[in-house]
Design a protein around this ligand. Sequence first.
Ligand SMILES: Cc1ncc(COP(=O)(O)O)c(C=O)c1O
Length: 345
Amino acid sequence: MKKTKIDLRSDTITKPSPEMREAIFNAKVGDDVFGDDPTVNLLQEKTAELFRKDAALFVPSGTMSNQLALKTLSEPGWEMICERECHIVNYETGGPAVHSSLMINMLTTEYGVMPADEIEANIRHDDIHTPKTKIVTVENTHNRHGGTICPLDEILKIRKVADKHNLLMHLDGARLWNAHVATGIPLADWVAPFDSISVCFSKGLGAPIGSMMLGSRDFIEKARRNRKLFGGAMRQVGIIAAAAIYALDNNIKRLADDHANARLLAEGLNNIDGFDVDMPRVQTNIVIADISKTGKSSNEVVSTLEENGVLSVPFGPTTIRFVTHLDVSREECEKAVEIISGLKF
Ligand SMILES: Cc1ncc(COP(=O)(O)O)c(C=O)c1O
Protein backbone atom coordinates (compact mmCIF):
# COMPACT_ATOMS: atom_id res chain seq x y z
CA MET A 1 0.00 0.00 0.00
CA LYS A 2 1.28 3.49 -0.89
CA LYS A 3 2.17 5.41 2.28
CA THR A 4 0.67 8.91 2.47
CA LYS A 5 3.12 11.67 3.10
CA ILE A 6 2.84 14.25 5.87
CA ASP A 7 2.28 17.35 3.81
CA LEU A 8 3.69 20.45 5.48
CA ARG A 9 4.43 22.39 2.28
CA SER A 10 1.69 25.01 2.68
CA ASP A 11 -1.69 25.79 4.17
CA THR A 12 -2.92 26.14 0.58
CA ILE A 13 -2.86 22.37 -0.03
CA THR A 14 -5.96 21.59 2.04
CA LYS A 15 -8.90 19.86 0.37
CA PRO A 16 -12.56 20.74 1.04
CA SER A 17 -14.06 18.57 3.79
CA PRO A 18 -17.27 16.56 3.12
CA GLU A 19 -19.24 19.27 5.01
CA MET A 20 -17.70 22.03 2.90
CA ARG A 21 -18.47 20.04 -0.25
CA GLU A 22 -22.07 19.72 0.90
CA ALA A 23 -22.26 23.51 1.31
CA ILE A 24 -20.88 23.83 -2.22
CA PHE A 25 -23.43 21.30 -3.51
CA ASN A 26 -26.34 23.17 -1.96
CA ALA A 27 -25.22 26.68 -2.97
CA LYS A 28 -27.84 28.94 -4.53
CA VAL A 29 -26.29 30.61 -7.57
CA GLY A 30 -26.87 33.34 -10.15
CA ASP A 31 -24.82 35.43 -12.56
CA ASP A 32 -22.60 37.63 -10.40
CA VAL A 33 -21.72 39.96 -13.28
CA PHE A 34 -25.43 40.90 -13.11
CA GLY A 35 -25.15 41.00 -9.28
CA ASP A 36 -27.51 37.99 -9.17
CA ASP A 37 -25.57 35.45 -7.14
CA PRO A 38 -27.19 35.33 -3.68
CA THR A 39 -24.39 33.30 -2.12
CA VAL A 40 -21.55 35.64 -3.08
CA ASN A 41 -23.70 38.61 -2.07
CA LEU A 42 -24.20 37.01 1.33
CA LEU A 43 -20.46 36.28 1.64
CA GLN A 44 -19.55 39.87 0.76
CA GLU A 45 -22.06 41.27 3.29
CA LYS A 46 -20.96 38.84 5.97
CA THR A 47 -17.26 39.61 5.48
CA ALA A 48 -17.78 43.38 5.38
CA GLU A 49 -19.74 43.11 8.63
CA LEU A 50 -17.14 40.92 10.30
CA PHE A 51 -14.37 43.40 9.44
CA ARG A 52 -16.60 46.44 9.98
CA LYS A 53 -15.76 47.88 6.55
CA ASP A 54 -18.27 49.52 4.18
CA ALA A 55 -18.00 47.03 1.34
CA ALA A 56 -16.34 43.84 0.11
CA LEU A 57 -15.60 42.28 -3.28
CA PHE A 58 -14.94 38.58 -3.89
CA VAL A 59 -11.99 37.75 -6.16
CA PRO A 60 -10.42 34.50 -7.36
CA SER A 61 -7.03 34.76 -5.63
CA GLY A 62 -4.90 36.63 -3.12
CA THR A 63 -2.63 37.78 -5.91
CA MET A 64 -5.51 39.29 -7.85
CA SER A 65 -6.84 40.86 -4.68
CA ASN A 66 -3.52 42.58 -3.89
CA GLN A 67 -2.95 43.67 -7.46
CA LEU A 68 -6.49 44.96 -7.92
CA ALA A 69 -6.21 46.90 -4.68
CA LEU A 70 -2.97 48.55 -5.79
CA LYS A 71 -4.37 49.27 -9.25
CA THR A 72 -7.47 50.84 -7.70
CA LEU A 73 -5.58 52.91 -5.12
CA SER A 74 -2.77 54.22 -7.28
CA GLU A 75 -1.72 56.32 -10.25
CA PRO A 76 1.16 55.35 -12.60
CA GLY A 77 4.52 56.54 -11.30
CA TRP A 78 3.55 56.54 -7.64
CA GLU A 79 5.88 54.86 -5.19
CA MET A 80 4.94 52.18 -2.67
CA ILE A 81 6.92 51.44 0.50
CA CYS A 82 6.85 47.80 1.59
CA GLU A 83 8.90 45.17 3.35
CA ARG A 84 11.66 43.52 1.28
CA GLU A 85 10.40 39.94 1.74
CA CYS A 86 6.73 40.67 1.10
CA HIS A 87 4.59 38.48 -1.16
CA ILE A 88 3.53 41.36 -3.40
CA VAL A 89 7.12 42.00 -4.47
CA ASN A 90 8.55 38.47 -4.37
CA TYR A 91 5.75 36.22 -5.62
CA GLU A 92 3.35 38.23 -7.75
CA THR A 93 5.30 38.19 -11.02
CA GLY A 94 6.17 41.88 -10.96
CA GLY A 95 2.48 42.79 -10.74
CA PRO A 96 2.87 46.29 -9.25
CA ALA A 97 5.11 47.28 -12.20
CA VAL A 98 3.03 45.49 -14.85
CA HIS A 99 -0.48 46.45 -13.76
CA SER A 100 -0.03 49.73 -11.95
CA SER A 101 3.33 51.22 -13.06
CA LEU A 102 4.32 51.50 -9.41
CA MET A 103 7.80 52.21 -8.12
CA ILE A 104 8.76 50.11 -5.11
CA ASN A 105 10.89 51.07 -2.12
CA MET A 106 11.63 47.99 0.00
CA LEU A 107 12.67 48.23 3.64
CA THR A 108 14.78 45.44 5.13
CA THR A 109 13.61 44.20 8.53
CA GLU A 110 14.45 41.35 10.87
CA TYR A 111 10.94 40.09 11.57
CA GLY A 112 8.85 41.72 8.84
CA VAL A 113 7.79 44.71 10.93
CA MET A 114 8.63 48.07 9.30
CA PRO A 115 9.31 50.77 11.94
CA ALA A 116 7.11 53.83 11.37
CA ASP A 117 10.07 56.22 11.70
CA GLU A 118 11.96 54.34 8.98
CA ILE A 119 8.92 54.57 6.73
CA GLU A 120 8.77 58.29 7.42
CA ALA A 121 12.48 58.68 6.62
CA ASN A 122 11.87 56.99 3.25
CA ILE A 123 9.08 59.29 2.11
CA ARG A 124 10.33 61.42 -0.76
CA HIS A 125 9.86 65.13 -0.61
CA ASP A 126 7.56 66.40 -3.30
CA ASP A 127 9.81 67.57 -6.09
CA ILE A 128 9.59 67.72 -9.86
CA HIS A 129 12.30 65.01 -10.08
CA THR A 130 10.89 62.37 -7.76
CA PRO A 131 8.14 59.78 -7.82
CA LYS A 132 5.37 60.48 -5.31
CA THR A 133 5.53 58.23 -2.25
CA LYS A 134 1.84 57.47 -1.78
CA ILE A 135 1.26 53.90 -0.55
CA VAL A 136 2.50 51.76 2.34
CA THR A 137 1.79 48.04 2.21
CA VAL A 138 1.90 45.79 5.26
CA GLU A 139 1.80 41.97 5.13
CA ASN A 140 0.23 40.39 8.22
CA THR A 141 1.05 37.69 9.08
CA HIS A 142 4.32 37.77 7.18
CA ASN A 143 4.90 34.64 5.14
CA ARG A 144 8.61 34.84 4.33
CA HIS A 145 9.47 35.92 7.87
CA GLY A 146 7.81 32.77 9.20
CA GLY A 147 4.24 33.83 9.94
CA THR A 148 5.28 36.73 12.16
CA ILE A 149 2.68 39.22 13.36
CA CYS A 150 3.05 42.95 12.78
CA PRO A 151 1.71 44.22 16.14
CA LEU A 152 -1.33 46.49 16.05
CA ASP A 153 0.45 49.31 17.89
CA GLU A 154 3.14 49.33 15.18
CA ILE A 155 0.41 49.53 12.53
CA LEU A 156 -1.18 52.46 14.36
CA LYS A 157 2.19 54.24 14.40
CA ILE A 158 2.45 53.70 10.63
CA ARG A 159 -1.08 55.10 10.24
CA LYS A 160 -0.01 58.27 12.05
CA VAL A 161 2.87 58.72 9.60
CA ALA A 162 0.52 57.94 6.70
CA ASP A 163 -1.95 60.58 7.88
CA LYS A 164 0.80 63.16 8.34
CA HIS A 165 2.12 62.60 4.78
CA ASN A 166 -1.12 61.80 3.01
CA LEU A 167 -0.26 58.16 2.24
CA LEU A 168 -2.68 55.30 1.58
CA MET A 169 -2.30 51.98 3.39
CA HIS A 170 -2.86 48.52 1.91
CA LEU A 171 -2.95 45.29 3.93
CA ASP A 172 -2.00 41.93 2.44
CA GLY A 173 -3.91 39.98 5.06
CA ALA A 174 -3.81 36.58 3.36
CA ARG A 175 -3.24 35.14 6.86
CA LEU A 176 -4.70 37.91 9.00
CA TRP A 177 -7.00 35.26 10.52
CA ASN A 178 -3.90 33.75 12.14
CA ALA A 179 -2.88 37.10 13.68
CA HIS A 180 -6.45 37.47 14.99
CA VAL A 181 -6.51 34.02 16.61
CA ALA A 182 -2.96 34.28 17.99
CA THR A 183 -3.59 37.65 19.67
CA GLY A 184 -7.34 37.65 20.36
CA ILE A 185 -7.54 41.12 18.74
CA PRO A 186 -10.78 41.43 16.73
CA LEU A 187 -10.47 41.33 12.94
CA ALA A 188 -12.15 44.73 12.69
CA ASP A 189 -9.46 46.32 14.88
CA TRP A 190 -6.72 44.82 12.75
CA VAL A 191 -8.07 46.33 9.53
CA ALA A 192 -9.43 49.69 10.77
CA PRO A 193 -6.18 51.59 9.95
CA PHE A 194 -6.12 50.42 6.30
CA ASP A 195 -7.62 51.95 3.15
CA SER A 196 -7.64 48.63 1.30
CA ILE A 197 -7.50 45.09 2.58
CA SER A 198 -7.05 41.65 1.06
CA VAL A 199 -7.86 38.47 3.00
CA CYS A 200 -7.76 34.89 1.71
CA PHE A 201 -10.16 32.00 2.30
CA SER A 202 -7.84 29.51 0.60
CA LYS A 203 -4.98 29.51 3.14
CA GLY A 204 -5.56 28.50 6.77
CA LEU A 205 -9.35 28.65 6.47
CA GLY A 206 -9.29 25.70 4.08
CA ALA A 207 -11.54 26.90 1.24
CA PRO A 208 -10.48 25.76 -2.24
CA ILE A 209 -10.61 29.17 -3.94
CA GLY A 210 -11.15 32.82 -3.17
CA SER A 211 -10.08 36.03 -1.52
CA MET A 212 -11.90 39.17 -0.43
CA MET A 213 -11.05 42.82 -0.92
CA LEU A 214 -12.43 45.24 1.64
CA GLY A 215 -12.60 49.01 1.85
CA SER A 216 -14.85 52.01 1.42
CA ARG A 217 -17.88 51.78 -0.87
CA ASP A 218 -16.22 54.09 -3.36
CA PHE A 219 -13.00 52.04 -3.39
CA ILE A 220 -14.90 48.77 -3.89
CA GLU A 221 -17.00 50.21 -6.74
CA LYS A 222 -13.80 51.29 -8.55
CA ALA A 223 -12.27 47.88 -7.81
CA ARG A 224 -15.34 46.15 -9.30
CA ARG A 225 -14.59 47.83 -12.61
CA ASN A 226 -10.91 46.88 -12.40
CA ARG A 227 -11.87 43.29 -11.54
CA LYS A 228 -13.68 43.16 -14.90
CA LEU A 229 -10.58 44.62 -16.56
CA PHE A 230 -8.43 41.88 -14.97
CA GLY A 231 -10.88 39.18 -16.13
CA GLY A 232 -11.75 38.36 -12.53
CA ALA A 233 -15.53 38.89 -12.69
CA MET A 234 -17.17 35.46 -12.37
CA ARG A 235 -20.60 34.05 -13.15
CA GLN A 236 -22.20 31.37 -10.90
CA VAL A 237 -19.60 32.10 -8.27
CA GLY A 238 -21.83 30.98 -5.39
CA ILE A 239 -20.30 27.52 -5.93
CA ILE A 240 -17.05 28.77 -4.44
CA ALA A 241 -18.48 31.50 -2.23
CA ALA A 242 -20.39 28.77 -0.35
CA ALA A 243 -17.09 27.15 0.60
CA ALA A 244 -15.80 30.50 1.87
CA ILE A 245 -18.96 30.99 3.98
CA TYR A 246 -18.46 27.52 5.43
CA ALA A 247 -14.82 28.41 6.18
CA LEU A 248 -15.79 31.66 7.92
CA ASP A 249 -18.38 29.90 10.05
CA ASN A 250 -16.29 26.88 10.99
CA ASN A 251 -12.57 27.27 10.45
CA ILE A 252 -11.36 30.44 12.17
CA LYS A 253 -11.12 29.39 15.82
CA ARG A 254 -9.45 26.10 14.99
CA LEU A 255 -6.39 27.96 13.68
CA ALA A 256 -5.24 27.83 17.32
CA ASP A 257 -4.60 24.10 16.75
CA ASP A 258 -2.38 24.91 13.76
CA HIS A 259 -0.42 27.36 15.92
CA ALA A 260 0.05 24.79 18.68
CA ASN A 261 1.17 22.22 16.09
CA ALA A 262 3.65 24.67 14.58
CA ARG A 263 5.14 25.27 18.02
CA LEU A 264 5.43 21.52 18.64
CA LEU A 265 7.10 21.06 15.27
CA ALA A 266 9.47 24.01 15.84
CA GLU A 267 10.53 22.79 19.28
CA GLY A 268 11.00 19.26 17.95
CA LEU A 269 13.09 20.43 14.99
CA ASN A 270 15.23 22.58 17.26
CA ASN A 271 16.26 19.44 19.13
CA ILE A 272 17.56 17.83 15.95
CA ASP A 273 21.25 18.22 15.03
CA GLY A 274 21.66 20.48 12.02
CA PHE A 275 18.21 22.10 12.33
CA ASP A 276 17.82 25.58 13.84
CA VAL A 277 14.52 27.35 14.27
CA ASP A 278 14.49 30.96 15.43
CA MET A 279 11.75 30.51 18.03
CA PRO A 280 10.64 34.19 18.32
CA ARG A 281 9.52 33.84 14.69
CA VAL A 282 7.16 30.98 15.51
CA GLN A 283 4.05 33.03 16.26
CA THR A 284 1.43 31.36 14.08
CA ASN A 285 1.39 28.38 11.66
CA ILE A 286 4.72 28.68 9.84
CA VAL A 287 8.09 27.20 10.82
CA ILE A 288 11.30 28.12 9.04
CA ALA A 289 14.28 25.89 9.77
CA ASP A 290 17.85 26.90 9.01
CA ILE A 291 19.58 23.70 7.91
CA SER A 292 23.03 25.16 7.14
CA LYS A 293 24.64 23.02 9.89
CA THR A 294 23.68 19.85 7.99
CA GLY A 295 26.19 20.97 5.33
CA LYS A 296 23.50 20.26 2.72
CA SER A 297 21.46 22.59 0.52
CA SER A 298 17.78 23.15 1.21
CA ASN A 299 16.92 21.27 -2.00
CA GLU A 300 18.89 18.24 -0.82
CA VAL A 301 17.32 18.27 2.64
CA VAL A 302 13.80 18.73 1.23
CA SER A 303 14.38 15.73 -1.09
CA THR A 304 15.63 13.55 1.76
CA LEU A 305 12.61 14.48 3.88
CA GLU A 306 10.30 13.72 0.97
CA GLU A 307 11.86 10.29 0.44
CA ASN A 308 11.07 9.63 4.09
CA GLY A 309 7.48 10.81 3.94
CA VAL A 310 7.64 14.47 5.06
CA LEU A 311 6.90 17.25 2.58
CA SER A 312 8.35 20.76 3.05
CA VAL A 313 9.58 23.48 0.68
CA PRO A 314 13.00 25.07 0.12
CA PHE A 315 12.76 28.67 1.34
CA GLY A 316 16.25 29.91 0.50
CA PRO A 317 19.61 28.19 -0.11
CA THR A 318 19.81 26.94 3.49
CA THR A 319 16.31 27.37 4.87
CA ILE A 320 13.21 25.21 4.54
CA ARG A 321 9.59 25.99 5.39
CA PHE A 322 6.95 23.87 7.12
CA VAL A 323 3.33 25.04 7.44
CA THR A 324 0.63 23.53 9.63
CA HIS A 325 -2.99 23.47 8.47
CA LEU A 326 -6.34 21.75 8.91
CA ASP A 327 -5.34 18.66 6.96
CA VAL A 328 -2.41 17.82 9.22
CA SER A 329 -2.95 16.51 12.76
CA ARG A 330 -0.92 16.90 15.94
CA GLU A 331 0.03 13.21 15.67
CA GLU A 332 1.34 13.77 12.15
CA CYS A 333 3.44 16.71 13.35
CA GLU A 334 4.85 14.50 16.13
CA LYS A 335 5.50 11.78 13.56
CA ALA A 336 7.26 14.27 11.25
CA VAL A 337 9.65 15.24 14.08
CA GLU A 338 10.26 11.56 14.86
CA ILE A 339 11.03 10.80 11.20
CA ILE A 340 13.38 13.78 10.76
CA SER A 341 15.21 13.07 14.01
CA GLY A 342 15.94 9.54 12.73
CA LEU A 343 17.63 10.79 9.54
CA LYS A 344 21.36 11.19 8.93
CA PHE A 345 22.55 14.27 7.05
C1 LIG B 1 1.07 36.64 2.17
C2 LIG B 1 0.45 36.19 0.90
N1 LIG B 1 -0.21 37.08 0.14
C3 LIG B 1 -0.79 36.74 -1.01
C4 LIG B 1 -0.76 35.44 -1.47
C5 LIG B 1 -1.37 35.12 -2.81
O1 LIG B 1 -2.44 34.27 -2.75
P1 LIG B 1 -2.86 33.39 -4.02
O2 LIG B 1 -1.95 32.22 -4.04
O3 LIG B 1 -4.29 33.05 -3.73
O4 LIG B 1 -2.73 34.23 -5.24
C6 LIG B 1 -0.09 34.46 -0.72
C7 LIG B 1 -0.03 33.07 -1.19
O5 LIG B 1 0.48 32.18 -0.58
C8 LIG B 1 0.54 34.85 0.48
O6 LIG B 1 1.23 33.98 1.24
